[in-house]
Design a protein around this ligand. Structure first.
Ligand SMILES: [Fe+2]
Ligand SMILES: [Fe+2]
Length: 285
């Protein structure tokens, strides 16, 4: 079995398992009981809003995908349609309902704007060799996004549990965070498999384009980057370089294996530092 076929078989097993073991969260299983709504809102209201928006924007991500990848592999289509989109949209709806119950306005996700850069990439992606560059970029983004989600939900879960908000911790955050590692693994396996198949010029192009386009999850402009920085601060996510390192290890090992001793890709570290600085400029700690 070649390496490509082996990773394809693993991916198919993985998607089957996710579909069977992780149905979308049943809304009836969620208990929105909150002991101290004002306190929870004060500490984590904006965190819930950011996460709800990003989760709900999965519908725009699917639009972006169809623009970016006119001809995706069948396994990708199955993952997006059967696992990823149905799970993420439920995460968004649940988090949004929680913030509304805390007295906050509902999230305002952008469900339709596909940026000009992506449309240009999509046009180029009709060339098969370039489509693989786009796919690789998409897997890298998915990996960073899902790893960020895993870390953020861990921190949010522990923070909410420490406040004594047991219902929210156990029936909102815990079930959501249980589904994120499976998404991460899909993108990680996909990225590892595809990277082995790319030619030298494709790898070079991926590195260049990734360095130019990286942004923390959900941070599409300076205001959202500041929001992201504020989320990191409220979650006590630690030094930006540490968080950046944790979400980009596999990316570093794949793309930058030739740069021995590199702790974190510089564009990832820079984006996280900037987000924290923007949040600090808006509201000093
Ligand atoms: Fe999610
Ligand atoms: Fe996810």
């Amino acid at each position: 079995m070649t390496r490509a076929t082996y990773s394809e078989a693993r991916l198919a097993d993985h998607v089957d398992r996710l579909g069977a073991e992780h149905p979308p969260i049943d809304l009836a299983s969620v208990d929105f009981t909150v002991r101290r709504p004002d306190e929870l809102n004060h500490r984590y209201g904006h965190v819930l809003d950011y996460m709800a928006r990003v989760e709900l924007e999965v519908d725009r991500n699917v639009l972006e995908l169809t623009t970016l990848l006119p001809d995706p592999p069948a396994i990708d289509r199955r993952f997006y349609a059967d696992v990823w989109q149905p799970q993420e949209i439920r995460h968004g709806l649940i988090l949004d309902e929680l913030q509304v119950q805390l007295g906050r306005p509902a999230a305002t996700p952008d469900l339709t704007t596909v940026g000009a850069k992506l449309r240009v990439l999509g046009a180029l992606a009709h060339l098969t060799a370039f489509q693989d560059v786009c796919r690789m970029l998409y897997y890298l983004t998915g990996m960073a996004t899902e790893r960020s989600a895993v870390l953020a939900y861990n921190l949010l879960h522990d923070g909410v549990a420490a406040m004594g908000e047991t219902a929210v911790a156990q029936t909102v955050i815990a079930p959501i965070r249980r589904q994120e590692p499976g998404h991460y693994a899909f993108y990680m396996l996909s990225a590892r498999g595809l990277w082995q198949q790319l030619a030298g010029w494709q790898r070079w192009t991926v590195r260049r384009m990734r360095a130019l386009s990286f942004a923390p999850v959900g941070a599409n402009d300076a205001r959202q980057a500041a929001d992201f920085g504020a989320v990191m601060r409220s979650l006590h996510a630690g030094a930006p370089d540490d968080f950046a390192e944790q979400i980009s290890r596999v990316e570093r090992d794949l793309l930058w294996a030739h740069r021995s001793g590199l702790r974190v890709p510089p564009y990832v570290a820079k984006a996280f530092r900037e987000a924290v600085e923007l949040a600090h400029l808006r509201r000093p700690a």
